[in-house]
Ligand binder design. Structure first.
Ligand code: C6P
Length: 404
């Protein structure tokens, strides 16, 4: 049985008040709250294990290294990668995508080559490719969408040419909540011999992810969006590709031997992990993933799907409501505007009622342009949200609407 009220007890912050009202936290797309097991793990590691990893012969260093490497195995299991060599720790999805664009770009792209992205990408899957354009004259091609926020698959198929070298798309849109048909997207790309990178920042916390089943060539996600600590994330990559890609940063840990004449690089995944990693955060991330696995990703997905269905139904009844993102396959994200109330006003007034939502362009300006708007209010749900909180959101919106 999925007992959301019992689960909430694991998240101390959910019990606090803001403006003397109970906190209704609906900004989970930006970051999630942390269960006690995650915070305890950070505190305990600093209090009782802390030492730099992979470097020391001493007891603490070895213990810290064991924890860090065990976390890599936990990540591998969570996304069902073949090997821990394929799990690179980064600072988050943004760094994962920058690493990918730099290193894949160096190894596999030349002037005139094409990378396909979609119109609903977060800036972190657009700008790294544009930065690459300052070094290589690559072309970005964009998959369009329909008004419901679904990618147009026929148009996608038509984008391929012999110059297409990579497809890089979001699994779930952080604005529309659309769950993109990534398995099909990958199958089509592979039919052209083209690898695919998936931005899993908004999918990993909500739906089961199996990179082998998807046959994804690269997959990125952030720890802090899946109940883990800030400052840690993952880039999964198939070993065949990673072996051929050059390091992204130079420094300690990523080398085998260094001389002024010639430096050789470490094996995977360490080749891509220059410097001291946030080894305390990786342990915390593993605790977060174990926490989700214990609840069951299928159960989390079912709970959030029910919340989304309920919220969509209730919100549609509000006069003047415009919801952006009505895809058939939709995740726990609802972006909206009401009448001609500015998104910032609506968000600020909801905040005064204790309801935390996000407002603005959500780091997806090209998508805002496609929708013909400047920004939205966005409510995004997590495993601990309740129908009562959605009722509070709906009542809050009604109250603001009447004020205007
Ligand atoms: N989206 C949001 O409120 P980082 O910041 O590196 O952890 O994740 C970047 C990122 C990449 N892809 C997608 C689809 C995302 O949603 C995000 C982060 C947050 O929507 C902050 S802008």
């Amino acid at each position: 049985m999925y007992d959301v009220y019992k689960i909430r007890e694991d998240f101390p912050i959910l019990g606090r008040e803001v403006y003397k009202r109970p906190l209704v936290y609906l900004d989970n797309g930006a970051t999630t709250q942390k269960p006690r097991v995650v915070v305890d793990s950070l505190v305990n590691e600093y209090y009782s294990v802390n030492a730099n990893v992979h470097r020391g012969v001493h007891f603490l260093s070895q213990q810290a290294t064991e924890l860090h490497e065990a976390s890599r195995e936990t990540v591998r299991r969570f996304i069902n990668a073949r090997s821990i060599s394929e799990i690179i720790f980064t600072r988050g999805t943004t760094e994962s995508m920058n690493l990918l664009a730099y290193s894949f770009g160096e190894a596999f792209l030349k002037d005139g080559d094409e990378v396909i992205v979609s119109v609903m990408e977060h800036h972190s899957n657009i700008v790294p490719w544009q930065l690459l354009q300052s070094r290589k004259n690559i072309v970005l091609k964009v998959i369009p969408m329909n008004d419901k926020g679904e990618l147009l698959m026929d148009e996608y198929k038509a984008l391929f040419t012999e110059k297409t070298k990579l497809v890089s798309v979001a699994h779930v849109s952080n604005v529309l909540g659309t769950i993109n048909p990534v398995k099909e997207i990958i199958k089509i790309a592979h039919g052209h011999g083209v690898p695919v990178a998936i931005d899993g920042a908004q999918s990993t916390p909500h739906i089961p992810v199996d990179v082998q089943d998807l046959d994804a060539d690269f997959f990125a996600f952030s720890g802090h969006k899946i109940y883990g600590p800030t400052g840690v994330g993952v880039l999964y990559g198939k070993e065949d590709f990673l072996e051929k890609m050059p390091p992204y940063q130079g420094g300690g840990e990523m080398i085998q031997n260094v001389s002024f004449e010639k430096t050789t690089f470490n094996d995977l995944p360490f080749k891509f992990e220059a410097g001291t990693p946030d080894y305390v955060a990786t342990t915390g991330l593993a605790k977060a993933l174990d926490y989700c696995s214990a609840l069951g990703m299928e159960n989390i997905a079912a709970h959030e799907q029910e919340l989304t269905r309920y919220a969509m139904e209730r919100m549609h009844q509000i006069e003047g409501m415009r919801i952006f993102g009505e895809a058939k396959e939709k995740d726990a994200v609802i972006s909206f505007l009401v009448g001609d109330i500015h998104h910032l006003d609506l968000g600020t007034l909801l905040d005064r009622l204790g309801i935390a939502v996000r407002t603005g362009h959500h780091c997806a300006e090209p998508l805002m342009r496609r929708l013909g708007i400047e920004g939205t209010v966005r409510a995004s749900f997590a495993l601990y949200n309740t129908k009562e909180e959605i009722d509070a959101l709906v009542a809050g919106i009604e109250r603001v609407r009447k004020m205007f």
